[in-house]
Design a protein around this ligand. Structure first.
Ligand SMILES: Cc1cc2nc3c(=O)[nH]c(=O)nc-3n(C[C@H](O)[C@H](O)[C@H](O)COP(=O)(O)O)c2cc1C
Length: 394
């Protein structure tokens, strides 16, 4: 049995990642904003839903295929955009995208990724989405749209929950800030993890590959690049900008970071084809609701056609079943695949996707569901309702 095969679930892969990475790098993946209330709640909220099974249904075959961003997916899961991926493993975005393709799943590349979108598209024929921002320099955003079209990206995900950076206190404590102010304890942790630190020091250059051409003075060091991109975040972005982007792109477009039914409706009215219900994995507004708790209201607001993707907190295949029953088209994961990547590179991502897929299919089988289209709200019940309706009257 290989080391990765000993991982039975996301939690095991997380522990393997924690052992392999210097603590500041692990905390950068694992942490959230402020008190990490939303980070924790995103995952625990799933436990508040019970799965209500059908019995004596023929579950000898189960249909799980769907379409997300208009693209086929073997089952209703996609991989969320995550920046700085090369920091977690030298094989970076290519490894994640290849594993996603093998599993028949959509991959999304972040604007803050460490692989050029053209290079990724050339190496990877599978369905892919680019995560975009509306920058102060609208020309930079328009340039991304043109590059994505030329490279053959199938969809865009516009992230709207980052008018400023969230307050990630774990990164402050470790000194993993911009510019880095690593503490002695952090430096020691790098020294104690040579299997990470040596390849990181000697491997391919680490930068924001999709925007580095914008900075003439790269000789001034990578920090000038981070300064440049940091200065591009625009607090004045509004719905008119979404309308503009939808026109420019004229293809599948999801707004990532929508939380309420009213904003979801507005997103569709502004030209988006879907929404990703998300609080950025609890990394931005701490106290924001758990995405799973918003699915029903968002689905009711937008109707049947748009993609409604539940992004954040998924740690078990059964979580995906619950989200679908509540009305989601699919779920999206960030940390789980990064744990897999950090734990073991591309085979680690493979292991993670295999585990989640097995859990997903097993849950459907046990719940008596032989086609994901059969799933409906009657298959899921919130604990608060179950307890109040089941308890005797005072
Ligand atoms: C290390 C890390 C980096 C991320 N970078 C980005 C990013 O560049 N753009 C973005 O829209 N979301 C980013 N996210 C958020 C993810 O896309 C996603 O919303 C979140 O991870 C979902 O929560 P989960 O980690 O519980 O699955 C990042 C998340 C993590 C953990």
């Amino acid at each position: 049995m290989t080391r990765l095969e000993r991982a039975n679930n996301v939690a095991d892969l997380r522990l393997m990642a924690r052992r392999r990475l210097p603590r500041p790098i692990f905390d950068y993946i694992d942490g959230g904003a402020d008190d990490e209330v939303s980070l924790r709640r995103n995952a625990t909220a799933f436990a508040d839903y019970e799965l209500v099974p059908d019995v004596l249904n023929d579950v000898s075959t189960i249909r799980t295929e769907t379409r997300i961003f208009g693209q086929p997916a073997r089952w209703p899961l996609m991989l969320s955009p995550t920046g700085l991926t090369r920091m977690f493993h030298g094989h970076a975005e290519h490894a994640v995208a290849r594993a996603a393709a093998r599993h028949g799943l959509l991959y999304s590349l972040s604007t803050m990724g460490t692989t050029r979108l053209e290079d990724l598209a050339q190496a990877f024929a599978g369905p892919k989405v680019f995560q975009i921002y509306i920058f102060k320099d609208r020309g930079l955003t328009a340039e991304f749209v043109a590059r994505c079209r030329a490279a053959g990206f199938h969809g865009l995900a516009l992230t709207v929950d980052t008018p400023v950076a969230g307050n990630r206190e774990r990164d402050r404590v470790s000194g993993l800030s911009l510019p880095p102010k690593l503490t002695l304890r952090s430096l020691l942790s790098f020294a104690l993890h040579p299997s990470w630190s040596l390849p990181a020091l000697t491997g391919s250059r680490f930068d924001l590959a999709n925007v580095s051409h914008k900075v003439d003075a790269l000789a001034a060091g990578p920090m000038s690049l981070f300064d440049y991109i940091g200065g591009q975040f625009d607090r004045s972005v509004g719905w008119r900008d979404v309308e503009w982007l939808a026109r420019e792109w004229n293809g599948p477009l999801a707004i990532k970071g929508v939380m309420t039914p009213a904003d979801a409706r507005r997103a569709i009215d502004s030209g988006a084809t879907g929404v990703m219900i998300s609080n950025h994995g609890g990394r931005q507004l701490d106290g924001a609701p758990a995405p799973v708790d918003q699915i029903e209201a968002v689905r009711d607001a937008v109707g049947d056609a748009p993609d409604v993707i539940c992004d954040g907190g998924i740690r078990r295949g059964s979580d995906v079943v619950k989200a679908l029953a509540l009305g989601a088209t699919a779920c999206s994961i960030g940390r789980p695949y990064l744990y897999g990547l950090a734990a073991g590179g591309e085979p680690g991502v493979d292991r993670l996707l295999t585990l989640l897929h097995e859990e997903f299919r097993r849950t459907l089988t046990l719940a008596g569901i032989n086609d994901i289209d059969v799933l409906s709200r009657r298959h899921v019940r919130h604990r608060s309702v179950a307890v109040s309706s089941g308890s005797p009257r005072p």
